[in-house]
Design a protein around this ligand. Structure first.
Ligand code: ADP
Ligand code: MG
Length: 701
């Protein structure tokens, strides 16, 4: 990095050690570079003077011009304030000061024309501007005020040391004025810069802080966003290509063993076209000679398990063991049960390994696994413990991958000298742009089709005041032989409160659904694993009619006879979670329902979430909406990814830029895989610099 960018901020004029210290503590600004990357969050167009008559509540900071009235003191003692009015041809605006009254009185001259700059607020049905910045409206000031004024995030502490938005702007501009073009050299290949007619890197960073007009600002932003996204994409793609070259993949050439037998004799239904397509993609990977790293996205109920099984059969037919890892005990057990049913009489040994498998039994499983007597092992994160050794692990399937940290996945990966093929599955659909960024180094397959004959789930929104009607509806369905889930939110910060909600709910349900006609189960996170399991099993076996639960039942649980999902306090759930919960029903032949209960006080966002759920069953559409509502930082999986440190680009809103950046990155690497060409040297150097502290990502799938 250039010396200039590394310079500590205390060397900047007007900063000094004390303010430098505050900048570090409050905003993590250490160097000139950190200052340059402290982008404005908004701009005020000071080239425009508003008419007082057009002021409305949508406006942020504005400036108005007019003649100043005499200054009046109002209120008394602690509530005292200074009031004046500014008048133009369209109206009059109140200006008010609560502090520094003496100084204001001394400097402002009634009868003179001023420009007042500030944020209008509505008070008692009228607008006023508290603490406006005042400048006499002379020719000189009018000229000086032209242009866009950046607004910066600051903190209370910094503000008390004159580093408010304006103060920060001052020192940032001072740094920029010291900067020479060679201090911020170009890093993008010149073809790209000219293709989009981007400003140079130097110019873009200058313009984003000191734009002369709207258009110049827009160009600077586009360029900086593009750069952020391009760097991530080139890194992701380099990882993918690097891994391809570096590691040989096991060859699963044979499929004439159990894979074939299973397909011809065990499979009780036709695969959907989407399932067939995905299996072909996987098959291509496992005979390519490279390690497979594939993400399989498919909505709940789309039939990922069968794809997982058939992938593992490919491993088996070629003499390798396979592992299936699930995020919870219950899910691992269900997988065992499902796979056992699917494979029927096939000569395959499938075992379970979770933290509940203990003592002699555990020892036996571990020994048999190491000796290669077990063909498929199903488990939880217990699978990644040191003590678990395989004879020849050829393939790993990871279900609900977003539940596992990157490091955990990497450990499973390291169980072999040779990396196994890896298939990660998720039922949380991810918008395309986000997937590109989070999993840009993986190949992606999508099951975008549900097995035939499913009736779409009917989703309804009901207010708490209509609870009795909902209860009646539940009774009618139970009378037809169905089962019902009633789910309460569980939010970590208020676990006690949530448990109380759940217990109250359980009580009111047992009152409304009394014995002996109705039997009710309850499951929550505070129960012992055995008790939880026993309650689950009662419901699975149809011994109880209603399952009252927290979100512990969220993932994967399969009870085809359960056809109603009632979600209490639905306004407190995120979209992804609501969609996951809804996926618990609609698994059998009957018409299924999802009922979202809420109070009638809803925030706009909560209403948007509920409306989305009522409108569509399409997980991808829901994911897109979720991304728009929340932004990528809150999407599941993004926190642990570490790749989402985007300062300016927004994966939701800048999809076009992202797609262009991805395509360009692919082209650059295709023409020059090692970035050896002269024109790519600045880029290569920059990548080496910014990724030097990162773990070896090529080992993470
Ligand atoms: P998920 O993708 O949520 O893991 P599952 O693999 O559990 O979905 O499949 C949901 C249900 O659909 C299971 O009962 C499964 O047996 C069934 N299923 C899967 N594929 C098909 C198909 N092609 N035709 C009919 N039923 C299918
Ligand atoms: Mg599943």
């Amino acid at each position: 990095m250039s010396r200039f960018l590394e310079k500590p901020v205390e060397y900047l004029k007007g900063v000094g050690p004390q303010r430098a210290d505050l900048l570090k503590k409050e905003l993590q600004i250490f160097t000139y570079k950190d200052l340059l990357f402290h982008f404005p969050f908004r701009y005020v167009d000071r080239s425009r003077i508003y008419q007082i008559g057009e002021v409305n509540s949508d406006q942020f900071f504005i400036q108005i011009k007019g003649k100043l009235s005499p200054l009046l003191e109002a209120g008394h003692k602690r509530a005292s304030r200074l009031i004046a009015h500014l008048k133009d041809d369209t109206g009059s605006m109140e200006l008010v000061w609560f502090k520094g009254v003496k100084w204001v009185q001394k400097t402002l001259v009634p009868g003179v024309e001023y420009i007042a700059f500030g944020k209008p607020v509505l008070f008692n049905g009228k607008y006023n501007i508290p603490h406006p910045e005042m400048e006499p409206a002379t020719e000189v000031t009018l000229e000086k005020l032209k242009g866009m004024q950046p607004m910066y995030n600051s903190t209370e502490k910094l503000k008390s040391h004159f580093l408010d938005s304006k103060g920060l702007g001052k020192i940032i501009r001072a740094a920029i004025l010291e900067m020479q073009p060679q201090d911020l050299p170009e890093i993008l290949p010149s073809d790209i810069v000219s293709k989009y007619r981007f400003p140079s890197r130097f110019q873009a960073f200058r313009d984003i802080h000191m734009p002369y007009n709207e258009r110049q600002l827009e160009l600077a932003k586009q360029r900086i966003k593009y750069e952020e996204l391009f760097l991530i994409q080139i890194r992701m793609l380099a990882m993918k290509h690097g891994r391809r070259k570096q590691f040989q993949g096991f060859m699963f050439e044979k499929i004439d063993g159990l894979f074939d037998t299973f397909y011809k004799t065990c499979l009780k239904f036709d695969l959907t076209n989407a399932q067939k397509r995905v299996l072909k993609e996987i098959r291509r990977d496992v005979v390519s000679g490279s390690q497979m790293n594939r993400l399989l996205q498919g909505d709940v109920g789309s039939g990922k398990t069968i794809v997982a099984l058939m992938t593992m059969l490919m491993a088996h037919d070629n003499g390798y063991q396979a592992a299936l890892m699930a995020p919870t005990e219950i899910l691992a057990q269900q997988h065992l049960q499902t796979l056992t049913e699917y494979i029927g009489q096939l000569p395959l040994r499938v075992e379970l390994l979770t933290s509940n498998v203990k003592g002699k039994q555990r020892k036996a499983v571990l020994e048999d696994l190491a000796a290669g007597h077990i063909d498929i092992i199903i488990g939880t994160h217990a699978l990644i413990e040191e003590t678990v050794q395989f004879r020849n692990l050829g393939c790993v399937v990871i279900d609900e991958q977003h539940r596992f940290g990157v490091a955990q996945r990497a450990r499973l990966w390291e169980k072999n000298a040779h990396p196994p093929h890896i298939l990660v599955m998720t039922a949380t659909p991810i918008p395309r742009t986000l997937a590109m960024t989070l999993y840009g180094d993986l190949d992606v397959s999508v099951i975008d089709e549900l097995p035939p004959g499913r009736k779409p789930i009917v989703t309804q929104h009901r207010y708490d005041s209509n609870r009795l009607k909902v209860f009646q509806f539940m009774k009618d369905e139970i009378a037809k032989g169905r089962q019902v889930y009633v789910v309460y939110p569980l939010i970590k910060e208020s676990e006690k409160l949530d448990l109380k909600d759940l217990e109250d709910g359980y009580e009111s349900i047992t009152r409304a659904f009394p014995l002996p006609d109705y039997r009710v189960s309850i499951v929550h996170g505070k129960m012992k694993a055995e008790d939880k399991e026993a309650e689950m099993q009662r419901f699975v076996k149809g011994q109880t009619h209603i399952m009252v639960a927290t979100t512990v039942i969220e993932v994967g649980v399969n009870v085809p006879n359960a056809s109603i999902m009632v979600i209490e306090n639905a306004e407190r759930f995120g979209l992804a979670q609501l969609h996951q919960l809804r996926g618990r029903v609609g698994r059998g032949a009957e018409q299924s329902y999802c009922i979202l209960m809420s109070s009638n006080k809803l925030t706009n966002d909560a209403r948007a979430r509920i409306d989305t759920m009522v409108r569509t069953n399409d997980g991808f559409e829901i994911a897109e909406t979720d991304l728009q509502l929340r932004g990528p930082g809150d999407m599941e999986g993004t926190q642990q990814s570490g790749v989402l440190n985007l300062l300016l680009a927004d994966i939701g809103k800048d999809a076009n830029i992202l797609q262009a950046a991805r395509k360009d990155a692919e082209e650059v690497l295709q023409a020059d895989p090692g970035l050896n060409l002269a024109q790519n040297q600045p880029l290569l150097k920059h990548l080496a610099r910014i990724y030097k502290d990162q773990p070896d990502w090529s080992k993470i799938s």
